[in-house]
Design a protein around this ligand. Structure first.
Ligand SMILES: [Mg+2]
Length: 238
C-alpha cells in the first residue's frame, strides 16, 4: 500500500524548545527521514506552522513536499504556491507587527515574522505576566479583529489572514492537486492546529497524535517525539 505520510515539525519531529531557531534534527533522525523520502511507496510531506523557507532549512531534506504557515504556502514538485488571501493581507500584517512590537513590552516575548503570518510566542514569559499579556495582546489587535484571524497553540498566538484555510484544507489541497487519491494518508501532529488535519482525514486517513488528548479525532497516539521515530522506522523496515 502506498502511503502519503504527513508530519508536523515542532513537537512531532523535534521536541518543543525555548528558542524556536534551535529546533534542529539530529543526524540519525534526519537520515531516517531521508530514507522515508526516498522510499518508492511513500510520499513525504512536512506540514508546519512555520515559514516554509525556515522549516525547509531546519529539516534540510530535499525533494519532499513542504507546507508552511499552517497551509498558506506549499512547495511541491518545485512549485511554490501561496494562498491568495495571504498575499492580500501582507501589508496589514506588517502594520500589525509594528503595532505589537510597539505596544507589548514583556520580557521574553518573541514576535516571529513568518512572512504570511505572525507568531507571538509567550513561552518564556513569567507566569505572573501571562494574564496581562493576553489582555494587552487582544486589546492591541482589536482594531483589526475582522481583517485577521487569531489562532492558538502551545504558548503561542498566530495572527493569520482572514481566510477559511488551515492545515486540514492544505492536506485536502495536496491530495487533490498532486493526485494522491491512491495513497493512504497518515498524519502525525502534536498541537491544536493539527486537529484541522485530523478532522480533514477523519474516515479517509489515519491520524496520530503525539502526546495524549485529541479525543475522537485521532486513530492513535504516540507518547513523544522518540516514539514518532520508532514508528517511522517501522515504516522503512516494512
Ligand atoms: Mg507541532
Amino acid at each position: 500500500m502506498k502511503l502519503f505520510l504527513m508530519l508536523d515539525y515542532d513537537g512531532t519531529l523535534t521536541p518543543i524548545v525555548e528558542n524556536p531557531q534551535r529546533a534542529v534534527l539530529s543526524a540519525p533522525r534526519k537520515k531516517l527521514l531521508k530514507r522515508l523520502a526516498r522510499h518508492p511507496e511513500i510520499k513525504l510531506a512536512i506540514i508546519s506552522g512555520r515559514k516554509l523557507s525556515v522549516v525547509k532549512r531546519l529539516a534540510g531534506i530535499r525533494n519532499i513536499i513542504y507546507v508552511g504557515n499552517h497551509g498558506f504556502e506549499i512547495l511541491a514538485s518545485g512549485k511554490h504556491w501561496v494562498h491568495p488571501a495571504a498575499k492580500k493581507t501582507l501589508p496589514l500584517l506588517k502594520k500589525i507587527k509594528a503595532e505589537l512590537k510597539n505596544k507589548l513590552h514583556y520580557r521574553g516575548l518573541l514576535i516571529e515574522d513568518k512572512g504570511l503570518t505572525l507568531s507571538v510566542h509567550y513561552r518564556s514569559l513569567a507566569m505572573s505576566a501571562i494574564h496581562a499579556f493576553k489582555r494587552d495582546f487582544k486589546l492591541a489587535l482589536k482594531p483589526w479583529r475582522r481583517a485577521i484571524k487569531i489562532t492558538t497553540g502551545k504558548k503561542i498566538f498566530d495572527v493569520r489572514p482572514p481566510a477559511d484555510w488551515d492545515k486540514g484544507k492544505a492536506v485536502r489541497w495536496l491530495i487533490k492537486n498532486l493526485k494522491l487519491q491512491k495513497y493512504a494518508p497518515v498524519y502525525i501532529g502534536d498541537d491544536k492546529t493539527d486537529e484541522d488535519a485530523f478532522r480533514a482525514l477523519k474516515g479517509v486517513g489515519f491520524s496520530i497524535k503525539v502526546g495524549f488528548g485529541g479525543g475522537s479525532l485521532v486513530d492513535g497516539h504516540l507518547a513523544n517525539v522518540a516514539a514518532v521515530y520508532r514508528f517511522l522506522l517501522c515504516l522503512v523496515d516494512k
